[in-house]
Design a protein around this ligand. Sequence first.
Ligand code: G3P
Length: 218
Amino acid sequence: MKFFIDTANLSEIKEAHALGILDGVTTNPSLMAKEGVKGKDSVFRHYKAICDIVDGDVSAEVIATDFAGIVREGEELAEIDSKIVIKVPMIKDGIKAIKYFSDRGKKTNCTLVFSAGQALLAAKAGATYVSPFLGRLDDVSTDGLVLIEQLVNIYQNYAFDTQVLAASIRHSMHIVRCAELGADVATCPLAPILALLNHPLTDSGLAKFLSDAKKMSE
Ligand code: G3P
């Protein structure tokens, strides 16, 4: 399973990259706004700065919601860097735009996916990634992991190339369950990625080894 970081914060991206386990980045307008990035030039410079840190795909989301606007904006975003993946919302014109981009060899990420039917349409249109938001489904008392399982099965049934990019991940067990279910990618904030490191038996075991090691040097 690939690990993407779901943030536009450059120091968090650098920290995850320095761990050596980072395969890409996803952003969205909320995450970009959180970094205080304002104006097209500054937004584009920020995407470029992200691309310069990581080796893998970087999702940049369009704001337009009409076909012509999505295509125009997506093409501009794709010009920033070859790592840019055009992130398009799951709406009718979004699906048309994904098909348009896919026919021209441009990578896309279909976002705001909450049902298997939506994900089927995204795959038919040729999306590179589909982003089911599992945490937001959990928020409304619906098991988001069930959707991940459905998408993995459906895409396997028909050998779709579209990758299941589990998004809206809130904690480390979401990551582990996504790996068990066969998600292609998990995009996570930095905290749940770092939380995977933790186990109290690792801490106590290491403390014991270090105290015993001191005995050897005495
Ligand atoms: O990038 C989209 C998604 O990961 C958002 O997560 O926590 O705002 O539901 P969240």
